[in-house]
Design a binder for this molecule. Structure first.
Ligand SMILES: [Zn+2]
Length: 478
């Protein structure tokens, strides 16, 4: 590395942040951090980290978004209100310029939906239509269940699928693997003559809430409705089938695709003092599903990016480069906001120094995953090292993915950073009624404000441009 930031900054100013969250304000705190290897922060960075830990703005704004606006399905009145809220919040926070950019998005509505097992005994089922699914029509669909664990089992029993409602009841094997049934299940079953698809909700733990999420229709398959059942209901129907009971289910779904509409990315700049044309971007997605109030996915990323940038400004730490907050639209239904941002900003893409996304919820911070040249990983690792003092557990910068929204500009050469958190229970609430503000721990949220504000400030204020360090965009970033 050509130079080391830490060496510029002199004396260690250890705070008591990670040692005592309940002690008096830091200036009165007598506790010291335990002996550790965390490198010291510069005085200005230390000021920022200390302020972040006691700042209540981000928690308050996230509560406001969740409780007074609620869910933010793209194209819905809730999302329109959220766009106004985001814009006004950036203006109120003192951003230098705030604007919106139009994005063409799919417009889908859920409408009413219900399901009932009608034979061999009657009981109600709890379901949630998949986003972008077609509905059942006004008469609904009633058919016998063909219950399978996975695609392979359906293939082996393909001769039985005609006229049935296929139920996929796969075990939870992590989001990336299990989500395939939600995304592709309808078309796979439709090719075999199935009339509808139900899936076990894509979650590892359930307390009776179904989990929604986006599906896709393949061009070569009939379009049949698809919905998620709770883990409990899917399991019961599956076990009934194993006992040879041949359950019959009636489905009613008003889900409708209305074509396209216009939504907006919300963008706010805090202008840099010496290199205003160079941009350090951070953000999350403002849209959400229409269940719960979507605190973790991704109210947290929206509030964290807003709160971190605003804190830098409030502490009078305006950096050399411009800090840009982007609240993306329509991540959930296909990542349209991120692609639109790329299209609108190609002209200044080489001025984007870094793009950070927070879209994994507000859970204890673990570090950052860096999607870029290995030199950038090392650079972020060194710059982020002082942030370990605000973390209660382990801390690491690793090579890895950044985020769906920044993905298009990252794949076009902008170094990407993902906010990495310890979230084994994220998918318990993800895309369900349970994703609400109660799930947000204010102490954890403030630590996340600290690490995000700390990294963004450090990159935006570094005399050396991160992009000047890049050797090769394909050098091991993944
Ligand atoms: Zn998300």
């Amino acid at each position: 590395m050509p130079r080391r930031l830490i060496a510029l900054f002199g004396v260690a100013l250890l705070s008591c942040i990670s040692a005592c969250t309940t002690c008096p304000p830091p200036e009165h705190c007598t506790k010291k951090l335990p002996e550790q290897s965390t490198p010291p922060a510069s005085p200005k960075l230390q000021t920022l980290l200390t302020a972040a830990i006691t700042d209540e703005y981000t928690y308050d704004k996230l509560g406001e978004l969740c409780d007074t606006i609620g869910p933010r399905l793209t194209g819905s009145p809730g999302m329109k209100n959220a766009i106004k809220w985001s814009k006004q919040s950036m203006i109120d926070a003192g951003f230098d310029s705030v604007w919106t950019e139009p994005v063409t998005v799919p417009y889908w509505t859920r409408g009413k939906e219900w399901a009932r097992c009608t034979a061999p005994l009657e009981f109600d089922l709890i379901l949630s239509s998949m986003g972008l699914s077609d509905g059942t029509g006004p008469e609904g669909i009633e058919a016998e269940i063909l219950a399978v664990r996975n695609f392979e089992e359906l293939e082996a029993r393909s001769s039985e699928a005609e006229g049935k409602i296929v139920l996929f009841n796969p075990p939870w094997e992590g989001y990336g693997k299990t989500v395939q049934y939600r995304v592709h299940g309808a078309s796979v079953a439709a090719r075999l003559g199935a009339v509808a698809v139900l899936i076990r909700s894509v979650t590892g733990t359930s307390l009776g809430a179904p989990h929604t999420g986006m599906m896709e229709y393949a061009d070569d398959a009939p379009r049949i409705p698809i919905a998620a059942l709770t883990v409990e209901d899917a399991g019961r129907l599956f076990r009934m089938s194993q006992r040879g009971l041949k359950p019959v289910v009636k489905l009613y779904m008003e889900a409708t695709n209305h074509g396209e509409t216009t939504s907006y990315n919300v963008i706010g700049d805090i202008r840099g003092t010496e290199k205003p044309e160079e941009i350090v971007l951070l953000g999350g997605h403002l849209d959400s599903w229409d269940v719960g109030t979507c605190a973790q996915d991704d109210g947290a990323g929206v509030a964290l990016s807003l709160g971190a940038a605003r804190l830098i400004l409030k502490q009078d730490l305006r950096p050399l480069r411009t800090i840009r907050v982007v609240h993306f639209t329509c991540e959930e239904m296909g990542g349209h906001g991120g692609r639109a941002y790329l299209d609108a900003h190609r002209f200044e893409l080489d001025q984007h120094i870094l793009a950070l996304e927070s879209d994994a919820g507000s859970y204890p911070p673990l570090g950052f995953s860096v999607e870029a040249d290995s030199t950038v990983v090392a650079y972020i690792d060194e710059l982020a090292a002082p942030l370990a003092q605000v973390v209660t557990g382990s801390w690491k910068v690793r090579a890895g993915g950044s985020g769906v929204d920044v993905g298009p500009i990252v794949r076009s050469g902008v170094p990407g950073v993902g906010h990495w958190v310890d979230n084994p229970h994220y998918f318990d609430v993800h895309h369900s009624l349970a994703d609400t503000f109660e799930k947000i721990d204010p102490d954890v949220l403030s630590r996340n404000v600290a690490v995000i504000a700390g990294l963004i400030y450090s990159v935006a204020n570094d005399p050396v441009s991160l992009r000047s360090l890049i050797i090769s965009p394909a050098d091991g970033g993944h």
